[in-house]
Each structure stands twice: as structure tokens, then as C-alpha cells.
Design a protein around this ligand. Structure first.
Ligand code: MG
Length: 295
């Protein structure tokens, strides 16, 4: 099942995509619940209840404006740094890696977890805004993102997949100059508009996050092309690490890291600029595309 949050006839709706992806059927949710996008649906299903029933006829997808599936997550988005082998080496070589103290630190021994503030989330098609005069080094990071269903603390690797409700795509947009200068990554990862999310959610029963292809184009140039089988820390390991001391809740998001091919991996670096378009495709989920503008 694919679940979209979208705007139609002036209101935010949550609905189920048709099998062919051509239409979306709204679901019965309160106005307050719709305001939170798919969160209340995830909470309901995580509690073992069926998804809400249909609320009216299907409408063509082309007639709606997609929103981020969780337009304002309940708290920060958990993110994983340096979680693909080839990207970890690329990042170490770039000189921007303030977490690597000495040679050999490029492949981490334990997951590096940071976060992005919820207010950085934007919808598919919304502009990534480069704050002129603030950052000169804005980069893209295509990432498969886990959506937690049933919460918990101390979740074992063996049981971790039972806590995955589904998946979406996040572009972990990053101000590299701020990431480097401030060492702790939150500030350079959390600028306004730096978390494009979507285009919708896919439930775990119809998608294998452990083996899928993730690609990213800037304009027409393919920059990233990898499979999640190259992850250093797989999905169960990430859930076990984060939940060891932090209780996870339904709707929590874990962006699993980005593959090789980010802008700082090129010499000279290929940063985003106004007029660019970043297009991320994850096989089995769909396409998340956002233009880039100055602000
Ligand atoms: Mg990232």
C-alpha cells in the first residue's frame, strides 16, 4: 500500500494510491488528523487497527498537489552519517569530514547518528532554498528513509523489522561549510527547506528496503546510483542502535544515509545552485524531485 499526503480542493488529505499510481482515494480522518499528514494513520495501524476507510471517490493524481507524507514530524528526523562503504571513503577524501580524526576513520565502527529539525521538511516539488550569503556549499544526499510503526525501546536486531511500518525518500540537503565548521552536523543539516520528503509512503509488506536501487540526478546528470546492499549498518542494526536508549514512537523517521556521488565527492565540488533540479528515485517507492532557488 502506498499512502500519500496531498492538497486537493483547498484542504490537506491523506489517501491511498491506486495500483497503477494514477489516482488517489482519500481516507476518513478528522481535520486535526489530516493536519498531521499520515501520522495518525501510522499510529492507528501500529496499534493493530485497520487503515481508515475510504472517504469519497478516487481523484486523478495529476489533479492533486503532493505534500510531504509527514509534513511536520513529531520530532527530529534521525539520520545516519557515512553509512555506505563507497560514500564513507568519498567523504573522508573530501576534507569535509570533521568526524574523521585520523586515517582509517572513514569506515565507522558504530552508526553515526545525527538529526534534522522537523521544520526543515518540505513537499515534493517545493524549492530547496539556498540562503545567499550564509552558505556557499549546499549539497544533496539521496536517502532511503525508514518509517517506524510500533514503537519501543531496546528493540533487538532480530525483532527490528517488526517495528518498520514502511519507507519513504528524504533528500538530506546539507550546507557543507556549516557541517565542517561547526563539527556537530545538526546545524548544517537543518536549514529551512533542507529536508525534501516523499513522494509518499510505501508499507513494509510490499517493499524490501534491504535490497533496492537508489539513484539521484542533478538536472540530467546521474550523480548517485547504488543499492542498499552496500549499507555499512543495515536497517535492523540502525533500529537496535537508536532504540537501545531512546524510545522510538510510531511515525519516527530514520534516514539511512547516502551513497557515493554527492557534490563534495567531485573535484572541484559540484554544489547545488539556483535553477538546478534534484531528482531522487528509489525503485519500489517512486520519485522525489525538488527545484533549487536562492533565498
Ligand atoms: Mg545524509
Amino acid at each position: 500500500m502506498k499512502i500519500a499526503t496531498y492538497w486537493h480542493a483547498g484542504s490537506r488529505q491523506v489517501g491511498r494510491l491506486s495500483a497503477d499510481g494514477g489516482s488517489v482515494t482519500p481516507m476518513v480522518l478528522s481535520e486535526q488528523d489530516k493536519h498531521g499528514g499520515a501520522l495518525s494513520l501510522i499510529e492507528r495501524m501500529a496499534a493493530g487497527l485497520p487503515p481508515p476507510t475510504d472517504d469519497g471517490p478516487a481523484v486523478p493524481l495529476a489533479s492533486v498537489r503532493l505534500d510531504a507524507p509527514l509534513p511536520r514530524p513529531r520530532r527530529n528526523i534521525f539520520c545516519v552519517g557515512k553509512n555506505y562503504h563507497a560514500h564513507a571513503r568519498e567523504f573522508a577524501r573530501s576534507g569535509f569530514d570533521s568526524s574523521a580524526g585520523k586515517p582509517g576513520d572513514d569506515i565507522p565502527s558504530d552508526p553515526i547518528i545525527f538529526s534534522k529539525v522537523p521544520e526543515s521538511v518540505i513537499a515534493p516539488g517545493a524549492a530547496i532554498r539556498i540562503p545567499v550569503g550564509v552558505s556557499e556549499a549546499v549539497d544533496y544526499e539521496a536517502e532511503l528513509t525508514i518509517v517506524i510503526g510500533r514503537g519501543g525501546r531496546g528493540i533487538s536486531k532480530a525483532q527490528a523489522m517488526e517495528h518498520v511500518w514502511g519507507y519513504t525518500i528524504v533528500n538530506d540537503v546539507t550546507a557543507r561549510d556549516w557541517q565542517q565548521r561547526h563539527q556537530q552536523w545538526l546545524i548544517g543539516k537543518s536549514f529551512d527547506t533542507f529536508c525534501p520528503m516523499g513522494p509518499w509512503l510505501v508499507t513494509a509488506d510490499e517493499f524490501d528496503g534491504g535490497d533496492t536501487r537508489i539513484r539521484c540526478w542533478v538536472n540530467d546528470e546521474l550523480r548517485q546510483d547504488a543499492r542498499t546492499t552496500d549499507l555499512i549498518f543495515d536497517i535492523p542494526t540502525l533500529i537496535a542502535a537508536i532504540s537501545a536508549g531512546i524510545t522510538l514512537y510510531p511515525g519516527d523517521l530514520i534516514a539511512t544515509g547516502t551513497p557515493v556521488g554527492v557534490g563534495i565527492g567531485f573535484k572541484p565540488p559540484k554544489y547545488l545552485k539556483a535553477g538546478d533540479s534534484v531528482r531522487i528515485e528509489v525503485d519500489g517507492i517512486g520519485v522525489l524531485e525538488n527545484p533549487v532557488e536562492n533565498s
